[in-house]
Ligand binder design. Structure first.
Ligand code: ATP
Length: 275
């Protein structure tokens, strides 16, 4: 099956950044949780392409399957059907340790809670150095590279000697972004990374992401309940409902002229995550 892309597989996006080359293609992916009477299909044949240099915003109400899709892409949930292509390789078939290691490095997931991705016993410098080179980490050895990553998320070099608990929630999320960047992944998945932050701190994180998209041409899947945030950071938007993608398009099209009644409903409600 042809993966959905924002304007169809061969569309030209005049004036937009990024490319039509998929970094990752989700092809007919289905996912199931539970067994017997508790068995529940959470993703129903999802098709999606993450295009190089573009940020795709993924929205949908709570429980629609957004995080499950992210976990399938990273390899934390194994799909019961379909393929996940990294470039042209079906990574759902990868089983060996080295292959799984490569996959985890190629697709970096930044979770909502940065404590989950930052080791509290390592300094920020050690964490970033380990991401740069897992075998030969060391904040001193990689000092210049560590400082460069910190600067990219608007943190000073002094942050390298401190521990995660010494930072605010927004700063920790920026450290998590720096760590993910240090791996030089093909794709970054940000799953609700601003939802626990208050407004001004959220703006700091979004400003960093905007600069990184502009300067580094990140390829990113950005999952959020907050439509205003998604609009701010996304080139393209996908709308998920009950484990299916109901609309995929450029952010301008989806926000400006939504095709699906469900998308119009989400937009009129203001926040797809309103519980
Ligand atoms: N490990 C699991 N075991 C069983 N069911 C699960 C598991 N993880 C998720 N689910 C169920 O799968 C469905 C989709 O969950 P998922 O977390 O992917 O949705 P979501 O759109 O990310 O929601 P939210 O916006 O609230 O994070 C939900 O019904 C959820 O209860």
């Amino acid at each position: 099956m042809t993966a959905l892309t924002p304007n169809g597989p061969s569309a030209t996006r005049g004036g937009s950044v990024g490319s039509d080359t998929p970094v990752m293609t989700v092809d007919g992916v289905s996912a199931v949780f539970g067994h017997g009477p508790r068995r529940k299909t959470v993703l129903h044949g999802v098709d999606l392409a993450l295009l190089r240099g573009r940020t795709l915003g993924l929205v949908g109400e709570s429980g629609s399957g957004k995080s499950t899709l992210a976990k399938v892409m990273v390899g934390l949930v194994r799909p019961v059907g379909g393929r996940v292509l990294l470039d042209d390789t079906d990574v759902t078939r990868w089983r060996g340790r080295a292959e799984l290691f490569t996959r985890r490095r190629q697709v970096q997931l930044i979770p909502q809670d940065p404590y989950a991705s930052l080791n509290p016993r390592m300094t920020v410098g050690e964490t970033i150095a380990e991401a740069i080179d897992p075998r030969r980490g060391g904040a001193t050895r990689h000092r210049n590279a560590v400082e460069r990553r910190l600067a990219q998320v608007a943190l000073g070099a002094d942050a390298a000697n401190r521990y995660p608990h010494e930072f605010s929630g927004g700063q920790r999320q920026r450290i998590a972004i720096a760590r993910a960047l240090a791996v030089e992944p093909a794709l970054i998945i940000a799953d609700e990374i601003t939802s626990a932050l208050d407004c001004s701190v959220r703006a700091e994180v979004l400003n960093v992401l905007t600069a990184l998209r502009r300067d580094l041409g990140l390829t990113m899947l950005f999952i959020s309940h907050d439509l205003a945030v998604v609009r701010h950071v996304s080139d393209d938007v996908a709308v998920m409902r009950h484990g299916r993608l109901v609309e995929v398009g450029t952010a301008a099209d989806v926000f400006g002229a939504p095709r699906e009644p469900y998308t119009r409903l989400l937009l009129s409600a203001g926040s797809p995550g309103a519980r």
